[in-house]
Design a protein around this ligand. Structure first.
Ligand code: G4P
Length: 533
């Protein structure tokens, strides 16, 4: 283990930005890249949002897929730190993608719109981060607009997101009266110059707000208000403590305006100081540490080639330990097969390039001809699998039928590969072998149909399947009569998932409850990683 290897690890910050659509994730990402010098002008990062009403616009879907490859990982160097931003789609129909990406981040920044407060998608994503104790920093955006009172908003964040917050900056006024921000972390004041609130900022070191100079700078009224508010902040909120933040028990909050580039540098400067370097990860056999000399990593995302003539795919690997080297054979644990990669891609801003060596925290994109599934582990020979990429129960279910009998093979292959990519989940009914596709959002059905046709030359049609939730089934005793009875009575609703695990496709919440009461020894789970429960 060389010193420079440890230094490479210590340099890396791999994180995701999560928010409800429109809160300002794309704008913030772009401003961060500008600071890193990775892009030269605003507007260079394309929004990967699905535009409203685009449900049937397939050009739009294809365009999004193109952009989402480009923005999957945005890397840049800032103050000698290698920053990897992993893109997380905000659209709720792609929530599952985001959940999976969150297994590859070491920390997150949560963006909240000052006027809208905590929104639905933020709640869901933060819950996942909270369950995994991922360190979070909150950025309250759009301070140039009229919004909620800062204390009310902090309350809302605590209540709705179940977080323990502590502000590291505090706004001086808001909306029309927005004058700037007091940076509690750095002890200075950031001022908007002029009254346009759009101009370049001024930073004034200011370690004691009692200083009468403050009245001169922001006016007596605003100065007094800030003093009172900061006093309240000290009374109400715990003092920032890095270890507590790293454990996921305390979330620092920054205020700013991404669009006006206000408070963004402050956020980034604090982030690189406090955010964790690549963290250890649990596998099914042991805890794997980044500084171990043997390479290990896992697949958290698979992207099909946009060009239908080239059927290869790009599998995104998060490196957990050791160094990843080009042309070195690694064990693909699930298939027990050695694989070599002659052109692994690394990501830099919006470019990909072939790299010889990558370190823990980095993401490499590997060309794949169909070997990988999401969640797969690569090692230097050790038989272990990383944990924590569960499938969640889908919310929509439909039979998928072959609409072109001559293309049955193509359909089969297409479905298989799209499921490997994690576009949706497939269940094969026990009774008659019919296939049911489960998705998080209705949009996926159109994506699947379109891609089957354009990439695989297969046609499909859908038919409603009256399920409400998929429950993974685990009997206490696979041989008892109760389990046999359960399987007999529920046979119409039983299927196997892609890994051959038994799933009960319940048609209502009521039916789940009744089943649990009637067959207490047959346990039902709502995610596929029940093995670890
Ligand atoms: P998202 O990725 O989270 O979905 O949000 P995005 O950055 O695309 O921002 C959503 C909208 O909010 C954009 O306006 C963006 O310009 C605006 N915005 C972001 N940060 C701020 C801010 O600090 N202040 C104000 N006032 N607005 C902000 P849009 O009109 O929807 O798009 P565009 O046409 O400006 O790109």
């Amino acid at each position: 283990m060389t010193m420079s290897f440890l230094q490479e690890i210590a340099k890396r910050r791999t994180f995701g930005i999560i928010s409800h659509p429109d809160a300002g994730k794309t704008t913030l990402t772009e401003k961060l890249l500008l600071f890193g010098g990775a892009i030269q002008e605003a507007g260079a990062v394309k929004s990967n949002k699905i535009k409203k009403g685009a449900t049937s616009d397939f050009m739009e879907i294809e365009r999004q897929r193109g952009i989402s490859v480009a923005t999957s990982v945005l890397a840049f160097i800032y103050k000698d730190k290698k920053i990897n931003i992993l893109d997380t789609p905000g659209h709720k129909d792609f929530a599952e993608d985001t959940f999976r990406t969150l297994t590859a981040v070491d920390s997150v920044i949560v963006v909240i719109d000052v006027a809208k407060g905590v929104e639905e998608q933020t709640e869901k994503l933060v819950e996942v981060c909270r369950m995994r104790n991922i360190p979070m920093i909150v950025f309250i955006n759009k301070l140039d607009r009229e919004g909620k009172d800062a204390f009310d908003l902090l309350d809302e964040v605590e209540q709705k997101l179940k977080l323990t917050v502590t502000p590291l900056s505090f706004p001086i006024g808001m909306g029309y009266d927005f004058k700037g921000i007091y940076n509690i972390w750095e002890k200075n004041i950031n001022l908007f110059t002029g009254d346009s609130r759009k101009d370049i900022e001024d930073t004034i070191a200011f370690d004691d707000v009692a200083n009468p100079e403050l009245d001169k700078i922001v006016g007596e009224k605003a100065a007094n208000k800030l003093r009172e508010e900061l006093e309240l902040v000290t009374e109400i909120y715990p003092q920032f403590d890095r270890d507590t933040y790293l454990k996921g028990d305390l979330q620092p909050v920054f205020f700013g305006s991404a669009l006006n580039n206000f408070g963004v540098r402050e956020l980034l400067d604090c982030f690189i100081e406090i955010a964790p370097q690549p963290r250890s990860k649990e596998s099914d056999t042991r805890l794997v540490k980044p500084e171990e000399d043997k390479f290990s990593g896992f697949v958290f995302k698979i992207h099909a080639n946009m060009d239908p003539k080239h059927r290869d795919r790009l599998a995104f690997i998060k490196i957990v330990s050791g160094v990843f080297e080009r042309n070195k054979p690694y064990l693909h644990v699930r298939n027990n097969k050695n694989l070599k990669f002659s052109s692994p891609n690394a990501f830099f801003a919006e470019k990909k390039e072939v790299v010889d060596i990558s370190y823990p925290g980095d993401i490499v994109g590997l060309h794949d001809t169909g070997n990988f599934k999401i969640g797969d582990t690569l090692t230097e020979g050790e038989l272990m699998n990383f944990k924590g990429i569960p499938s969640f129960s889908p919310e929509h279910f439909r039979y998928i039928n072959n609409a072109d009998p001559l293309k049955a093979k193509q359909l089969e292959k297409g479905i298989d590969q799209l499921m490997d990519e994690g576009v949706a989940q497939l269940f094969t009914l026990e009774m008659n072998g019919r296939k049911v596709i489960g998705t998080v959002g209705a949009l996926q059905y159109e994506v699947i149909q379109y891609r089957l046709e354009h990439e695989y030359g297969a046609k499909c049609s859908y038919e409603n399947f009256p399920a409400h939730k998929a429950c993974w089934v685990k009997p206490d005793d696979a041989k008892n009569d109760e389990y046999a009875e359960f399987k007999r009575v529920k046979q119409k609703f039983l299927g196997k998932d892609k890994y051959g695990q038994l799933v009960f496709l319940a048609d209502s919440e009521f039916s789940i409850q009744m089943t649990q009461q009637k067959y207490p020894s047959v346990k039902l789970f709502f995610t596929s990683d029940f093995h670890s429960n």
